[in-house]
Design a protein around this ligand. Structure first.
Ligand SMILES: [Zn+2]
Length: 118
């Protein structure tokens, strides 16, 4: 999260006539495995932006779900929060449809950072 804030602040410095903090919207897309929870991510953001140009900004946060694509039956769908251990580098889960063990996809890292203002 710290790298994300640092990145946004660096981007903001490149802008001519930086906008007022309160009109800033930070659009962030992160994988579910990259964060503990949406609430924790928002909290971290609030803390990290204090005293920066982003202090008054709004965070538009999207958590990208981890998805399962079953190799056996072809089932495809998002997994509920907590279904996968984020510390597991190649997590496997049981398919809810046929029970076969399949690798999960997605949910890692930051997939998008965007800065918007009016
Ligand atoms: Zn299956």
């Amino acid at each position: 999260m710290e790298q994300v804030i640092a990145h946004i602040l660096a981007e903001l410095k490149k802008v001519d006539g930086p906008p007022d903090g309160s009109s800033l919207e930070v659009v962030l897309r992160v994988g579910a495995l990259a964060v503990h929870s949406e609430a924790a991510t928002r909290q971290a953001y609030e803390v990290l932006v204090q005293g920066t140009a982003l202090a008054q900004s709004r965070l538009n946060l999207t958590i990208e779900p981890v998805t399962l694509t079953c190799v056996k039956c072809g089932y495809q769908g998002p997994l509920p929060e907590g279904a996968v251990d984020p510390h597991d580098l190649s997590p496997l889960v049981e398919c809810p449809q046929c029970g076969a063990v399949s690798p999960v996809q997605g949910g890692r890292g930051v997939s998008g950072i965007e800065l918007r203002w009016e």
